[in-house]
Design a protein around this ligand. Structure first.
Ligand SMILES: Cc1cc2nc3c(=O)[nH]c(=O)nc-3n(C[C@H](O)[C@H](O)[C@H](O)COP(=O)(O)OP(=O)(O)OC[C@H]3O[C@@H](n4cnc5c(N)ncnc54)[C@H](O)[C@@H]3O)c2cc1C
Length: 387
């Protein structure tokens, strides 16, 4: 058994949040160790919509200008009702919206890190506190033990660190999402617009990454067939998507038909209930959580990733400003709690509205959403502040 002692800050999970946290700490001159269970950098899902708050965080992290070169700006869009063909302007909020390739994002976050920061193939199995020092002790799948001064759990939706903190596990939502890329050799005709097509309980979003590459996502009711091994089968994903989109415009069907098999993902949607954001501790001593491990949300407002970047900036700022790490984590949770509560509440209420079969409940739901949140995009105005 290998015992590694005295690691200062250990981050469990090398996804968007874990890498951004390591980078934010690095920018503040603090060393960290990222433990990632995969063998290489990975990204679940192919595209990610980044809104103004996310771009601000990327600016603070010093990687925004590089990422801007990989994708085109999407300033406007339309909601298209498939039944009657009516178009409404989509309200996208003020500021920059672009869709990134997830792999471009994780690579941009990982690249500036010093060598030996990210340790691949390190699956954390458990965490406990040293009974004498109260320092966290991590046990890895290969039997290694790591003693750390601070542990940040960025280990996503099934977080081991959240379980240790007694945060309630995310609930399964009644819908699933399929996502993919379609490459247009001669360029696509969609311009720089975000389109959302809606019919009954099916919604399809489509937006360009470049003039040749389009990201699309589809949400529909989850069925028993969607769990198990079929959700990893590209043929199943394509066929069930085409089935759900019957009656949608021809160019949409063509886009799904021509999508790249390796880009296809089917994901069951999960969410932390908003009141969990108020109730949960999110920190015990020198252990805290960030990203989806703290606030899994259904992707209705496309904020999980952007919010994880905000977490990273705030965490690094708190850890570098406070002398005592426990106080730093306390201040971090205090600063983030209400931000993630409002985002979770908004996605939860949208979920209830989307899920309802009653037209009256949908109208009432939208009125309540408007009364609480005003414009649906006020969440994008947020600035997590400088590092
Ligand atoms: C369908 C869908 C669409 C979405 N679209 C958007 C969008 O457009 N815009 C947006 O901002 N957000 C979006 N999101 C949300 C976004 O994907 C997540 O919020 C974001 O990926 C969270 O990052 P994370 O690093 O916290 O978690 P993850 O990306 O899940 O990373 C967790 C990492 O931890 C590792 N790990 C887990 N357990 C362990 C362990 N025990 N030991 C070691 N490593 C471990 C995993 O391998 C993984 O690399 C979407 C989500 C879904 C489901």
């Amino acid at each position: 058994m290998k015992i590694v002692e005295d690691k200062d800050i250990v981050i469990v999970g090398g996804g968007i949040c874990g890498l951004a946290t390591a980078l934010a700490l690095h920018r503040k001159g603090k060393k960290s160790m990222v433990l990632e269970r995969s063998e290489t950098l990975r990204a679940t899902g192919v595209g990610i919509i980044m809104q103004p708050n996310g771009w601000r965080a990327l600016d603070h992290l010093g990687v925004a200008s590089k990422l801007r070169q990989t994708s085109i700006a999407v300033p406007s869009g339309h909601f298209i009702s498939v039944d009657d063909g009516k178009r409404h302007d989509l309200s996208l909020g003020k500021g920059e919206l672009r869709c990134l390739k997830r792999m471009d994002l994780v690579e941009a976050l990982a690249e500036p890190l010093p060598a030996n920061t990210v340790h691949f193939g390190c699956h954390v199995m458990s965490i406990k506190l040293d009974p004498i020092t109260s320092y966290p002790i991590l046990k890895l799948q290969d039997g290694s033990i790591i003693k750390a001064k601070v542990v940040i759990g960025c280990d996503g939706v099934n977080s081991i660190i959240s379980k240790f903190l007694d945060v309630d596990a995310p609930k399964l939502f009644s819908r699933c999402a399929t996502r993919g890329f379609t490459w247009y050799e001669r360029g696509h005709d969609f311009g720089n617009k975000f389109h959302i097509y809606g019919k009954d309980d099916v919604q399809l979003g489509q937006l360009p990454i470049t003039n040749n590459l389009v990201y699309w996502f589809l949400t529909r009711t989850l069925t028993s067939q969607d769990s198990g091994s079929s959700k990893k089968d590209p043929t199943f994903i394509k066929e069930t998507s085409l089935e759900a989109l019957k009656g949608f415009p021809e160019e949409v069907m063509e886009m799904i038909n021509n999508s790249e098999a390796k880009s296809l993902y089917l994901t069951e949607l999960r969410y932390h209930r908003p009141w969990e954001m108020v109730r949960a501790e999110f920190r015990r001593g020198r252990v805290a959580v960030a990203g989806d491990a703290m606030h899994t949300m259904c992707p209705f407002i496309s904020q999980g990733g952007g919010t994880s970047l905000e977490d990273a900036v705030v965490l690094a700022r708190c850890l570098s400003n406070a002398n005592d790490p426990q106080n730093a984590l306390h201040l971090y949770v205090k600063e983030r709690r209400m931000r993630v509560f409002w985002l979770s509440l908004q996605t939860y209420l949208i979920g209830l509205t989307v899920d309802s079969t009653s037209k009256l409940k949908k109208v009432l739901g939208n009125i309540i959403l408007f009364l609480i949140f005003g414009g649906q995009n006020s969440h994008t105005d947020y600035d997590c502040g400088r590092l």
